[in-house]
Write a protein that binds this ligand. Sequence first.
Ligand code: GLV
Ligand code: MN
Ligand code: MN
Length: 416
Amino acid sequence: MSLAINTDRLLSRIQDLGQIGALPGGGCKRLALSVEDAKGRELVCGWFRDAGLSIHTDVIGNTWAIREGRENKAPVVMGSHIDTVATGGLYDGNLGVLGGFEVIESLIEAGIETEHPLAVAFFTNEEGARFAPDMMGSGTCQGALDLEDMLCSVGIDGVSVQEALGTIGAQGNAPVGALAPSAFLELHIEQGPVLEAENLQIGVVTGVQGISWTEFSIEGQSAHAGTTPMALRHDAGVVAAGIAMEARAIAQDLGPPQVATVGRMEFTPDLVNVVPEKATLTVDLRNTDEANLQVAETRLQAVARAYCAAEGCTLSQRTLARFEPVVFDVQLVDLIEKSAEKLGFSHRRMPSGAGHDAQMFAPNCPSAMIFVPSKDGLSHNIHEFTAPQDLANGVRLLAEVALTRAGVVQSKGHIA
Ligand code: GLV
Ligand code: MN
Ligand code: MN
């Protein structure tokens, strides 16, 4: 069975959503719970409403729209996120939401009824670029993260999640946990170079690597840059730089799939002629193997302590995010693979290097993901791009898998 989807409509919606928070040169910035996020939510919910879906929002702003099934069963949920990083593209997250919606709209147009309801969802703050941790909304609704802790999380701009939800009016009445899928499916761009390099159309995602985010804060002593001899300094900046270099060295030493990234570093007082008294940096460590991820964490903490001691600085640290590697449901992964074969798409199995909402559903219901290629492997970059044909392939495959899980009970046509 192959559902006819409307690729032009999908593409124009991706472009329309990308206009909200559009950046010069392409891409967009819709940080979680920002004014732009509010406008994005409004646009997408308007489309859901026009299609006659019933819309629900929970207390952390997760939103889902349901097309009822023939039976009163748990829905098959397709979804992802519409928040972006500050240098985001048009596809990360948005494809999973608009692609899921395209499946539902095409079903409505084709007069196809399903046994299970079908839902499309977007989850609050998947990116973690404003508020930590990432996958906040999906993690909270699936019980992995505590609601009160998440509402108190303070963003990089000093605003809490609770305040931001109130400011943009994104807080709903549904309790967290109200969304209980029978299966969860997320279509996403690969965000890496593998599918393009191997000239493949589809990635069948087997799981997601573990993620460890730590913020290190170093306290030293500010001093005059010209008068203070090198041996008498307590330079918090030098310690931060040392930790950054060591993070990379540890990843190189452990080898793939270990990766390490220092994405933020701030100095105080941040002046050309003053030895920094304070430095804060974040380290993002990821590995598909939990034991190896723990080795990387332990080694990083040891070098951070050693650098601090050598410079006469003090160190504090806090965990911003910590998620163990996730393995997706074997049967659902098999179904995606078989469906890709049936539709004639070239494919391979692969783990995800990025975090995704699907990983938060995996402990509670069969969950899996479909990847489509990313041009030059770029994502979290305004030049992120996936070719229209690849987008359409992903949505067709999503439809095939969702319909198999939801069970077709009536068709007036449009199914080949
Ligand atoms: C979130 O998308 C992440 O992988 O950092
Ligand atoms: Mn994403
Ligand atoms: Mn992302």
